[in-house]
Ligand binder design. Structure first.
Ligand code: S3P
Length: 459
């Protein structure tokens, strides 16, 4: 089982360009594969999850190649997919399984979707039920609506008006992909807004959808046209470094080429409430905004409340926000986040366990937790439970813990941020190790003083 060690550092000065966005990389393969004509994707994230989506389309007969420079070339199928004789392996990727379910519902053949042990624990009725209303027959072969999935698709599907029961971009996107294979206009509504990468990508590939508040309407049977695109850096990967810098006594961290889509950047609002100092600028806003974030350390973070419609916007950042909370003064409460129980691990349980192993007091609820910040924290051994975001959040926590922290079961990091360990090594190479903390077991890098002259604009 792979593992690595982390030790405390005294300051964090670095410039990092994080790798491509996972959500956008998945969608760029999907849209490129369905479009007419060629598509070239630059800064594609070659993570295990995104490669699962790429392999799925290759299995359905689409020609896709990764070039030596890392760019991806797709010979678009114009929507002409061949049935796949074997089961499509979605690996650990919920995005692959749910979006492929939506898409394959509109093809009149049988497809079978399988995944790893963690994916087979995740709920699929949330996509199977609404897709059945459009005319697909989806059998969830696992207990209580779990995978494997057998999909008997149909073309054309029936257009629907549907409100998702949980705010989820995966459900919304599965429905939008199915709606493209339906006759007439479908309307997909949500109770809280989830990330809108699919809607933006529809536009980029020449199709239209209309947003009205929390609803998106889309006409079926539109044509998609291949294009050249560059995937922005992943805000969710950048988030680990943002918290590391914000919680450090001395830090200047510059993050380049970060996706700044407002349906993803809720972590900056939370960090702002916690008293972190940062500047953000958007360099380009064509189909997806991209920018630069500079985070300065030296401010004592303070606890906050994270709940309500902010949750979908920070859904993947809760593990690292929990680390920020542990390093802050006062308590932080997270509520309305029961959805975290059905991610790659039960993230409310695995986050609470990870923090407790460092000596942090955590009270866990059905839908969240309260974290008491400010305790002295000691190096420990973190079991990732096969969950990439737990492994990376544990590693950042280790930068602030006395002694050595060992992160175990780290292979999973490759599902979203394959170069994380490389970026961590760069941080270690460029910043002094806190030898005294290693030797004496005393460290607390966060007790800086807030500079009242520094402020940022977020709420
Ligand atoms: C994703 C949506 C989110 C997120 C996941 C990626 C996407 O899941 O947690 O990592 O690419 O659409 P939900 O839509 O289920 O919340």
């Amino acid at each position: 089982m792979s593992s690595f060690k982390v030790h405390p550092i005294r300051s964090l000065n670095a410039e990092i360009t994080v790798s491509g966005d996972k959500s956008i990389s998945h969608r760029s393969i999907i849209f490129g594969a369905l479009a007419e004509g060629p598509t070239r994707i630059r800064n594609f994230l070659p993570s295990h999850d995104c490669l699962a989506t790429m392999h799925a389309f290759q299995a359905l007969g689409v020609e896709i190649e990764i070039n030596d420079d890392g760019s991806v070339y797709i010979e678009g199928s114009g929507g002409d997919l061949n049935p796949c004789g074997e089961a499509i392996d979605c690996g650990n990727s919920g995005t692959t399984m749910r979006l492929m379910s939506g898409l394959l519902s509109g093809y009149p053949f049988i497809s079978r979707l399988v995944g790893d042990e963690s994916l087979h624990r995740r709920p699929m009725k949330r996509v199977a039920d609404p897709l059945a209303k459009m005319g697909a027959k989806i059998k969830c072969e696992g207990e209580n609506g779990r995978p494997p999935l057998e999909i008997q698709g149909k073309y054309p599907l029936k257009a629907v008006k549907y409100t998702t029961k949980v705010p989820s971009a995966q459900i919304k996107s599965a429905m939008l992909l199915a709606a493209l294979r339906a006759k007439g206009k479908s309307v997909i509504a949500e109770k809280e807004r989830s990330r809108d990468h699919t809607e933006r990508m529809l536009r980029l590939f020449g199709a239209s959808s209309e947003r009205d508040g929390l609803s998106v309407s889309i006409l079926g049977q539109q044509r998609l046209h291949g294009c050249d695109l560059t995937v922005p850096g992943d805000f969710s990967s950048a988030a680990f470094w943002m918290v590391a810098a914000a919680a450090s006594k001395q830090a200047k961290l510059i993050l380049h080429n970060v996706g700044m889509n407002p349906t993803r950047t809720g972590l900056l609002n939370v960090l702002s409430r916690m008293g972190a100092q940062f500047q953000e600028s958007v360099d380009g806003d064509s189909w997806e905004p991209v920018g630069k974030i500079t985070i300065l350390g030296g401010s004592a973070l303070r606890g906050t409340v994270i709940e309500g419609d902010e949750i979908p916007n920070v859904i993947d950042e809760i593990p690292i926000l929990a680390v920020a909370a542990a390093l802050a003064d006062g308590t932080t409460t997270i509520r309305g986040a029961a959805e975290l129980r059905v991610k790659e691990s039960d993230r409310l349980a695995t986050v609470a366990k990870m923090l407790a192993s460092f000596g942090v007091t955590v009270e866990e609820f059905d839908d969240g937790m309260t974290i008491t910040g400010g305790a002295d924290i000691a190096g420990t051994t973190v079991d990732s439970h096969g969950d990439h975001r737990i492994a990376m959040a544990g590693a950042i926590m280790g930068l602030f813990a006395a002694g050595t922290t060992t992160i175990e079961d780290t292979e999973c990091i490759k599902t979203s941020y394959p170069t994380f360990e490389q970026d961590l090594k760069q941080v270690f190479a460029e910043n002094p190790t806190d030898r005294s903390a290693l030797a004496s077991g005393i460290t607390n890098l966060i007790k800086g003083k807030k500079d009242p002259n520094k402020s940022n604009k977020r709420k």
